[in-house]
Design a protein around this ligand. Structure first.
Ligand code: K1U
Ligand code: ZN
Length: 170
């Protein structure tokens, strides 16, 4: 198992559109395990392959308090989204230290392959629904700050570039 480097906004690679996984094989399972280890190490509740510069439709999630209910979703598709929307506070491991409100469907149903290649359907609400939608956006090359106003987004971009420069100076 290995910790993977997480791309930081505004890295252009975060805007890559991920390709479907063709075979759920040992390589894909190893990537999913490394992503889970990376997500737990960073205290995140989700991680998309895009964020570790692997442009395949694979996400990992664990929203449990005990951090012992990992979910691996391969080639996820939203098959139903509630018309009711909710504004939630979001964060992102690729935009450290930034939290802001994003409106998303309150609940969703998702079909995906699991780590064994079996098709599963998940009905999600609350933080799980928010996290699934956030991670699926990553697979489309979209970062949550793109829902914010251009003014806020530009401020965040400038802050991230400055933080990166300061970190490189040390
Ligand atoms: O995609 C990511 O970078 C992971 C991200 C997932 C996420 C968190 C919150 C709302 C939507 C999606 C994180 O895990 S950010 C860090 C975190 O653990 C967190 C931040 C705010 C609220 C809850 C958790
Ligand atoms: Zn994110």
């Amino acid at each position: 198992m290995a910790l993977l480097p997480i791309l930081c906004y505004p890295d252009p690679r975060l805007h890559t559109v991920a390709k479907p996984v063709q075979n759920v094989d040992a390589r894909v399972r190893a990537l999913a395990q490394d992503m889970l280890e990376t997500m737990y190490d960073a205290n995140g509740i989700g991680l998309a392959a895009t964020q570790v510069d692997a442009h395949e439709r694979l996400i990992v999630i664990d929203v449990s308090e005990e951090r012992n209910q990992p979910l691996v979703l391969i080639n996820p598709e939203v098959i139903w989204a509630s018309p009711q929307k909710k504004l939630n506070e979001e964060g992102c491991l690729s935009v450290p230290g930034i939290y802001d409100g994003v409106e998303r469907a309150e609940s969703v149903k998702v079909r995906a392959l699991d780590a064994e290649g079996a098709s599963r359907e998940i009905a999600a609400e609350g933080v799980l629904a928010v996290c699934i939608q956030h991670e699926m956006d990553h697979l489309l090359g979209k970062v949550f700050v793109e829902y914010l106003s251009p003014l806020k987004r530009n401020r965040i971009k400038t802050k991230m570039i400055k933080a990166r420069r300061d970190a490189e100076r040390v």
